[in-house]
Design a protein around this ligand. Sequence first.
Ligand SMILES: Nc1ncnc2c1ncn2[C@@H]1O[C@H](COP(=O)(O)OP(=O)(O)OP(=O)(O)O)[C@@H](O)[C@H]1O
Length: 320
Amino acid sequence: MPATRAPGTRRTSRAAIEAHGLSKQFKSVRAVSDLSFNVPHGSITGLLGPRGSGKTTTLRMLLGLVRPDTGTSTVLGLPFGAIAEPARAVGAMLGSRGLHPNRTARGHLRVYASAIGVPDDRVRQVLHLVGLTGAAGRKTGTLSLGMRRRLLLATALLGDPQVLVLDEPCSGIDPEGIAWLREFLAGFAGAGRTALISSHLLHEGAQMIDRLVVVNRGALVHQGPMEQFRARHRARLVVACSDPVRLATALAAAGITDVRHRADGRVSVAGSDSATLGRIASNCDVTVFGAATELVDLERVLVAMTSGPCTDPGPHGVVP
Ligand SMILES: Nc1ncnc2c1ncn2[C@@H]1O[C@H](COP(=O)(O)OP(=O)(O)OP(=O)(O)O)[C@@H](O)[C@H]1O
């Protein structure tokens, strides 16, 4: 899957997808509110948020299926409607419908291949890409939900697109299916292509992305690389010792600066293991009475970010 420029698009240094100030109101419901974010080339970006937080509406606006009240967006440098051959630029999977139950998997793909003008041989290729070669002759009504999702993914891949947009691809599939999708997306992005996936399953979604855009009630809560998010919310050592201030000074001198003094007199330290901490404490004559690792549950952090006011919570998922 080499990354070549899709016909009718501009390969710019800008992100593969850019949204600026998107808003959409449905009668009394403000589905999306002044939402701006970007999806860098080669990334697997997750649009994460609870049910009803405006993810589908956002994806539909990016794909020209819903007209925003305000704001603009581009895909591969152009508004979606201006892309000359959209199926070659963007493959989309929105929802799990769109399969005729009496049509075979192969038959379904042939219909779509013909609609976008790609040769029949591409049908064989995409069936192989999603691991459905053995099920090509089966009627779609007999396929499991996971297999139907893969068939829809194969449909999105028919045009050999540079960008994939998948709405809730983790929903209703088993852990094996999620592991498969994670591998697939890693390969897709590894070839320089870009994926934007939405998920209300924060844990499952977060497993397969390298960048996250978190929304709550239609508004942006956080965006950035997963690595940075994990680092910010990494595990900490909680230490009881004879002299917390002296220990903090010694840790800082050793380059370990993320140290917090807790109300109970203990210090909480990120970026160190207990052996290193013990050595530093011993070198500065501080006695360590006990140290415990405090693991951070990223899902809890994400839930906290999206369950209240639109605020990025502190490192332990506590909204200030
Ligand atoms: N066509 C529509 N007409 C009226 N209200 C709509 C329409 N589409 C979406 N909404 C409302 O807008 C809000 C955001 O919906 P949206 O489907 O974008 O959220 P979501 O984050 O994708 O949720 P889910 O995970 O449940 O799909 C919801 O309150 C929804 O009921």
